[in-house]
Design a binder for this molecule. Structure first.
Ligand code: PLP
Length: 485
C-alpha cells in the first residue's frame, strides 16, 4: 500500500483555509466566532473561538466522514498500524464503550480483569453483557493489582468457551502489562476477539523500548487516549480496529451515542498530535523514558520511597512495564499515597496524577522538562523530612475478589432501596463506588457488599480519597437491590 504523507494534518489545514475565507456565520455555535461571548473570547483567544465551528462541507462531518476527517483517520490508522482509526470526541470512555458494544450483546460473556476503568463497567450496564473476571494478582508489598496471567486467561476461556471477547488493560494505570501477544493468540485460537484499553498506552506505538502496542500484538480493537500521553486536547481519543473487524459496523455503534456536533478544537488537536507523534514520537518518548529513569533513581535514593520499575517483571502477572509511569510507593515514609498527593499540591504546588492508599503516580509525558523532575524529587525529599512518620496503622490496598450475583445491567435497572452504608453488608449493590482517579470500581452494580469492602471505603474516605459513583454524593448511603437476593 502507498505510504501516506504524515507531515499532513488535513483537518487542521481545512480549518486554516476556512479561517482565511472569512465566511459569515448564520449557523451554530451561537457565539459566532466569539463575538457573542467576549469574556470567553478573551479567555480562550481569538484563534481558539474562531476555530470552534460546526460541521460543514469543507470541514467534513465526524458522523459520516468523506473528506478531511476521513483523510485524518487514514493517517492516524497508518501512524498506529491499524486497519482503521476513528477520531473520538467523547473521551476514551466513548472509545472503550463503543469497543465493548461492538462485540458483546445482552447475555453474552466477556472475559476481563476486575481492575478495569468504570467506562468498561458502564458499557456492560448499557449492553447487558456478563463479565467473567480474571482476578489479577495483587502485589503484596505495593498493594496494586497486576496483570492477567496467561494461564488464568486460558482457564477463563476453557470455563467459558461461549465468551465473545477478552479485554486487556495495556497497561494498567501503574504501568503493568499482561502478555498481550499471548492473550491475543489464545483468544483468536478460541474464536474470540481481543480488545485493549490503551488509555495509558498511546506512546507504546512510537518507541521500540516500550511494551508492545495492541495493534502490533494483533489485537482486534484498542481505545487509545491521545489526550493522555499523546498530547491532544482533553477528551479527544482514538478507537483503532484491526483487519478482522468490520469498520462500518463499529461506526454504526459509535454513532449511537456520539455527538452530532463534534468539536473541531478536539478534532484538529487529534490531527496535529498524530502528526507530531508520527514525525517526532520516537525521539520524544526516548527523552521521556530517560527522564523517568533518572527520576526513579533519584527518588529511590531519598530512602523510604520505592519508585518501582522493570524489576517487577516476572514473565506472568507483570509481563512488561511501562517505564514512563513514575509510580512511587510511599508506605515506608509512613504516609498513604493520597496523603503525599495532597501534600505535594498543598505545600509544594505540584499536581500529580493520583494517590491511592499506598502509592502516587506522576504522569510523565512529552511536555515534561528536567527542571520539573528536579522539583518533584526535591519536594518528595522534603515531604519525607517534614511529614514522614512511622508506618504503623497504614492500610495496604488489597485485591478484594468480587462476588457477582446479578449482571451489571439487571442490577443497575432493578428495584432498589437506599440504605445507610453500614447497613448494606450482605446486600447486592446497584451502583458504582470508586476512588477517582483512578476510577476503578471498588463496587460495581450486581456485586455483593462485604464487611471488608465497607472497611476499605471508610478507610479510603478517612485518608482523603475522592470517592465517586453513588447517587448519594457524600457516600453515606448506598443503593442496594430490594429484598433478599
Ligand atoms: C484505564 C482507563 N480507561 C479509560 C479511561 C477513560 O478515559 P477518559 O477520561 O478519556 O474518558 C480512563 C481514564 O482515566 C482510564 O484510566
Amino acid at each position: 500500500m502507498k505510504e501516506l504523507d504524515q507531515t499532513r494534518a488535513p483537518i487542521y489545514e481545512a480549518l486554516e483555509e476556512f479561517r482565511r475565507m472569512r465566511v459569515v456565520p448564520f449557523d451554530v455555535p451561537g457565539h459566532k466566532r466569539g463575538r457573542g461571548n467576549p469574556e470567553l473570547a478573551r479567555l480562550l483567544g481569538e484563534t481558539c473561538v474562531s476555530m470552534d465551528v460546526n460541521s460543514m462541507k469543507p470541514l467534513d462531518n465526524l458522523c459520516h466522514p468523506v473528506s478531511v476527517i476521513r483523510e485524518a483517520e487514514e493517517l492516524a490508522a497508518e501512524a498506529f498500524g491499524a486497519a482503521h482509526a476513528f477520531l473520538m470526541v467523547g473521551g476514551t470512555t466513548s472509545a472503550v464503550q463503543s469497543m465493548v458494544l461492538s462485540v458483546v450483546k445482552r447475555g453474552e460473556k466477556i472475559i476481563l480483569p476486575r481492575n478495569v476503568h468504570r467506562s468498561v463497567m458502564g458499557a456492560l450496564v448499557l449492553c447487558g453483557a456478563i463479565p467473567v473476571y480474571v482476578n489479577p494478582e495483587c502485589d503484596d508489598r505495593l498493594g496494586i493489582p497486576l496483570g492477567m496471567r496467561l494461564e488464568e486467561v486460558e482457564r477463563a476461556i476453557r470455563e467459558n468457551p461461549e465468551a465473545k471477547a477478552v479485554l486487556v488493560n495495556n497497561p494498567t494505570y501503574y504501568g503493568i502489562c499482561s502478555d498481550l501477544r499471548g492473550i491475543v493468540e489464545l483468544a483468536h485460537r478460541h474464536g474470540m476477539l481481543c480488545l485493549a484499553d490503551e488509555a495509558h498506552g498511546t506512546h507504546f506505538y512510537f518507541h521500540e523500548d516500550l511494551p508492545v502496542s495492541a495493534m502490533e500484538a494483533g489485537a482486534d480493537m484498542a481505545a487509545v487516549s491521545m489526550h493522555k500521553s499523546g498530547g491532544s486536547l482533553t477528551q479527544s481519543s482514538l478507537l483503532l480496529t484491526g483487519p478482522g473487524v468490520h469498520p462500518g459496523y463499529v461506526h454504526q455503534i459509535i454513532n449511537l451515542t456520539q455527538t452530532t456536533s463534534a468539536s473541531y478544537l478536539l478534532l484538529s488537536s487529534l490531527d496535529i498530535a498524530r502528526r507530531n507523534l508520527a514525525l517526532r514520537g520516537r525521539t520524544e518518548f526516548g527523552r521521556v523514558m530517560d527522564m523517568a529513569r533518572y527520576a526513579r533513581a533519584e527518588i529511590n535514593a531519598i530512602g523510604g520511597y520505592y519508585a518501582f520499575g522493570r524489576e517487577l517483571i516476572n514473565g506472568g502477572s507483570v509481563y512488561d512495564f511501562d517505564e514512563t509511569k513514575l509510580s512511587v510507593n510511599t508506605l515506608d515514609v509512613g504516609l498513604a499515597g493520597i496523603e503525599v498527593y495532597d501534600l505535594l499540591r498543598d505545600e509544594y504546588d505540584i499536581q500529580i496524577e493520583f494517590g491511592d492508599l499506598g502509592n502516587i503516580l506522576a504522569y510523565l509525558s512529552i511536555g515534561d522538562r528536567p527542571r520539573e523532575i528536579e522539583r518533584l524529587v526535591s519536594a518528595l525529599s522534603e515531604v519525607r523530612r517534614r511529614f514522614g512518620k512511622s508506618k504503623a496503622g497504614l492500610m495496604r490496598q488489597e485485591y478484594i475478589e468480587p462476588q457477582v450475583d446479578v449482571s451489571p445491567q439487571d442490577a443497575f435497572y432493578a428495584d432498589k432501596e437506599s440504605l445507610p452504608i453500614d447497613e448494606t453488608e450482605g446486600r447486592v449493590c446497584s451502583e458504582f463506588v470508586m476512588c477517582y482517579p483512578p476510577g476503578i470500581p471498588i463496587l460495581a452494580p450486581g456485586e455483593r457488599i462485604t464487611r471488608q469492602i465497607l472497611d476499605y471505603i471508610h478507610y479510603a474516605k478517612a485518608k482523603g480519597c475522592s470517592m465517586t459513583g453513588p447517587e448519594d454524593a457524600d457516600i453515606l448511603r448506598l443503593n442496594v437491590l430490594k429484598g433478599a437476593i
